[in-house]
Design a binder for this molecule. Sequence first.
Ligand code: ADP
Ligand code: ZN
Ligand code: ZN
Length: 735
Amino acid sequence: MTRVLAIAIDAPLRRLFDYLPPPRVDLAQLRPGIRLWVPFGRRRVVGVLVETRANSDLPASRLKAAHGVIDAEPILDPGLLDLLRWSAEYYRHAPGEVIAAALPAPLRAGAGAHETEQRWRLSSVARGGSLAALPVRATRLREFIAFLEPREVVTAEELARLSPRWREPLRELEKRGWVTRLSQDVTARAAPSRPCLRAAGPEPTAEQRAAVAAIEAAHGRFAPFLLHGVTGSGKTEVYLRAIQAVVARGEQALVLVPEIALTPQLVSRFEARFEAPLAVLHSALTEQERLRAWRATRSGTAQVVIGTRSAIFAPLARPGLIVVDEEHDASYKQQEGFRYSARDLALVRAQRLAVPVVLGSATPSLESLHRVRSGRGTMLELPNRAAGAQPPHLRLVDLRKHAETQGIATPTLLAMHRHLAAGGQVLLFLNRRGYAPSLFCPSCGWVAPCPRCDARLTVHQRERALQCHHCGAREAVPETCPVCGEAVKPVGQGTERIEETLSRLFPDQPLARIDRDAVRRRGSLEAALDRIQRGEVRILVGTQMLTKGHHFPEVSLVVVLNADQGLFGTDFRAAERLAQTIVQVAGRAGRAERPGEVLIQTQFPEHPLLAQLVAGGYEAFAEAALEERREAQWPPFARVAVLRAEAANKEAPLRFLDRARELALSLAPAAVEVLGPAAAPMERRAGHYRAQLLVHAASHVPLQRLFARWLPGIEALPQARQVRWSLDVDPLELF
Ligand code: ADP
Ligand code: ZN
Ligand code: ZN
């Protein structure tokens, strides 16, 4: 009986595609996880076999046969393939695109799963002397024969040394039967090297030792850990020691990090510690580099695999441990296309692999804190800073009470002078790049608007441009108000303006600005960080970019210039994000022997969030925030998903969402609440109007039950063709 092949194809459709096996193929070879060439429309594409079935929903006459098999062995092992299928189901995304997310581009285009090396040798017929001699005039060919004759095999490298233009003559010799080509699998040949330690690392503290022992005791079974320790408490040191034990057993450790910018620092720290081979997987690699790292991971040659979000799908040969560093970081959630959370999938994957998983953070997400509190994980605490450094002291600066110079209040200025005089570095944080957030006409009240968004344009002084930070629109700065002709002026503060103000106030103190505009050139971030490390820079100004992972041991004063942007956010996660940012920025202060001071400038010093943070730290804040979430029944005490729609036509998204809502209500079990639709707070972006519908339930089971019937219904709606829509399961942002 012919089997039907259910194949995943990299296309935005929530289904698999049925094919007949290729002609004359050994059916035993058709194992899930292999790739095949298949006809798709008019193209010939690579598909991944997901399963074989007894029959298809399609009539046999409409089934096409696959062209041929690419892999002898599955390139996705059953466990990984299953995780990918589960993810496609959970996030309701096209399975072909989900599987594509796990494969480097060359593999999606049919490249070999193994790294092969080509070698050449004189053919046995040639050696047997049964070939007619080459013409005397063929000196080039004779030269190659003479080179090959005394050698067993030769590599491309050796041939290139003989002559840079070797391929043509060799092809000719191959055609005439003089030369045989051999392909050899290089990855399989490289046996896993014996791990050894390059450097011992510092003597662990008692807390570090306890944490490492707990992780080690869980080896071989699923156990989620939350490693909570202030910045500088030695979390990375715990990862290194836990990984050391994993590597010593001959297993692999997967380490997820949030940003590419963090990888070089972490990678060099790992390299300094281990002799064990490392693979690094992130989006800034070339496709060939990514493929090489993927192959080294799959063959097991790489024992430590470090990567950003998509590395959660790395093909581990002998998994032993998963680590998610800075687990609260928003970059673990993909915000477009396949909207998965690598942090959440790390838990799912660790459970399926039966390995421990360590989520580490100085500011754990409320989800992870709740998990531990409800007994589904173990908390590992590092309450003190390693190497005896003191925790920083937080203080609020009331912007209503104190005079300010372009956003810098008098007490802040005094503190800066004090710390600079004592030889410390000062870091100022402002999450707003550019010169000023708006351009304003004092005579008529005009504010420069983005023509394509419901947003204001940001003034970029150095480039003499107005820029939209939502859609990228750019305009020249007008000389005068386009409405009344009077003079216009920039209002508010951006990092560029703070830099200007500081260089006026502190003319003798070398300054560095770090934000997306200042470090656009490749290598300029590294150069700036170097100058900071060497102490050449005394004042640092920057955005979020400054807050992540970098070590600034000489910084003794940190200033949060404006905490208020996050205080009254529309999103239920706004407070959590603000608290995490403040604590992460504060963590840059006083990492070495200098005690740190942190000033938070605000118009609302009595705001409970700030008060809790200052009085009780992140723990006190998290306690109160979890209580609020429980009362309001927001995640982690409930599950939500957002159906978003956008279109150039203002009415289309709401029309579509109204229909989707009716559909949901007709299907929804009582356990699911449907809220909206509502226009996004910034309704128009890049010329598109946006709206969304929220579905809410106590757990994800009723939601998943709804999705199974709701999405096919939505796909069939005529209104769906007039909008661009997407479903975001466990969204990070509601809008
Ligand atoms: P985190 O990852 O929590 O920010 P790190 O592991 O980077 O902390 O440690 C912060 C600093 O303290 C690093 O310079 C590290 O080498 C040092 N450190 C960590 N653990 C110890 C220890 N047990 N003894 C001495 N120094 C340590
Ligand atoms: Zn005007
Ligand atoms: Zn815009």
